[in-house]
Design a protein around this ligand. Structure first.
Ligand SMILES: *Cc1c(COP(=O)(O)O)cnc(C)c1O
Length: 384
């Protein structure tokens, strides 16, 4: 048995290491050929036309908000059950964040509440929506797009939890998370706990060429070297800084790691689904535990159970070297957001969910024995 069992963990293979070392020995440490290769292979995996690799998932969100011209007059809706970066990206640009409460079964933004919130304000009040495929459960973006179209809103899909996930649309077509068929932009993270690990890394996917070109520019200080996009051209050295951008580049060696990891993405996803099934079956008859309800397209970044005695179980598991985790403390209850005027009680379903949720160990290299140990510990806790 492992010494400790975390809730999530990266897997680095010898071929990952070889890929990084080969890049370290190449001419490029930052923007080399691996960046574009990673972008092309990732876009192909997800099924989007374009992809832009960036420094991390939060940078991806920030760039999306910039590319969509978020400013002080921009009002955007997201879910309270997400990592705070989904909301913070709007604040980076001076915009205003609104939340719609979650659905109690899927833990995703409640589309009826989203609709009601939009309709409660004058037309034109809101500019966009940041839906999140929480835990790996794909948001029905077709339904969100229908509302967005009515009110002329853009959509940034936060797909950090769902590479390889999908939902079935109304025509029974499989829609991959992040394919940007119903969203303007989608973003991913390559933080080590996510499906594909670069250490730090992120990706934006889109089918919109204008947004794609703008993102490339914003990723590197607002500079373009593309002659077709420049106002002037003084020679081979010439480039133009056309707007205020950032340095949100991802180095070539991390892209080499990402490319290598991507080759095992489907394998990892299958393993996550198997682990979920084993938990489902293990807890099916335990009336203390509510297991997640999900469709076949769930990508299982997280396996979240709901229990009444969460703190005791969390502590008991910790004593047994199992580091379960809580995802998430509702964003609106964070002191920063409370200072903006949100308060406890604003989103009761998100708060109720938070009081009971616990993410169990879920990662492709979790062994059958370690998972059984987790299950045995939980059963022991309830047998007390
Ligand atoms: C991880 C994560 C992010 C941020 O990604 P980083 O790469 O850590 O910046 C944003 N949103 C969600 C839902 C995430 O899980």
């Amino acid at each position: 048995m492992n010494s400790t069992i975390p809730y999530g963990k990266q897997h680095i293979s010898q071929s990952d290491i070889d890929a990084v070392v080969a890049t370290l020995q190449s001419d490029y440490l930052t923007q080399g050929p691996k960046v574009q290769e990673f972008e092309e292979k990732f876009a192909q995996y997800i099924g989007s036309k374009y992809a832009v690799a960036v420094a991390n998932g939060t940078a991806a969100l920030h760039l999306c908000a910039l590319a969509l011209n978020v400013d002080e007059n921009t009002n955007v809706i997201t879910t309270p059950i997400t990592f705070s970066a989904s909301a913070n990206c709007i604040k980076y640009c001076g915009g205003n964040v609104f939340f719609a409460d979650i659905d109690a079964e899927t833990f995703l933004i409640d589309i009826e509440k989203l609709k009601a919130l939009i309709q409660s304000k004058p037309k034109g009040f809101f500019s966009g929506i940041v839906p999140v495929d929480f835990a790996g459960n794909a948001v029905n973006l077709e339904a969100i797009k229908a509302i967005a179209n009515e009110h002329n809103l853009w959509i940034i899909e936060d797909a950090c939890h769902s590479p390889g996930g999908y939902f079935m649309d109304s025509k029974n077509n499989k829609q991959n998370c992040g394919n940007s068929v119903f969203a303007d932009l989608a973003i991913f993270s390559f933080h080590p706990v996510k499906h594909i690990a670069c250490g730090e890394g992120g990706m934006i996917t889109t089918n919109d060429e204008a947004l794609y070109n703008r993102l490339l520019k914003l990723r590197t200080h607002g500079i373009t070297k593309n002659p077709a996009l420049m106002h002037e051209n003084h020679g081979g050295w010439y480039m133009e800084m056309q707007e205020l951008g950032y340095n949100y580049r991802i180095p070539d060696m991390l892209c080499a790691l990402g490319i290598s990891q991507l080759q095992r993405a489907n394998e990892g996803l299958q393993r996550r689904k198997e682990i979920a099934k084993v938990y489902d079956e293990a807890f099916a008859s335990n009336t203390n535990i509510v297991t997640p309800k999900y469709d076949a397209g769930h990508a299982f970044h997280l396996y979240v159970i709901q229990i009444e005695d969460r703190l005791d179980l969390y502590n008991f598991l910790k004593e047994n070297k199992i580091y379960a985790q809580v995802h998430y403390i509702p964003v609106h209850t964070m002191p920063y957001y409370k200072n903006l005027g949100f308060k406890q009680g604003d989103f009761p379903l998100a708060e109720a969910y938070y009081s009971k949720c616990l993410s169990l160990p879920m990662y492709p290299t979790l062994t059958k024995e370690d998972q059984q140990y987790v299950i045995d510990c939980i059963n022991k806790f309830y047998a007390k």
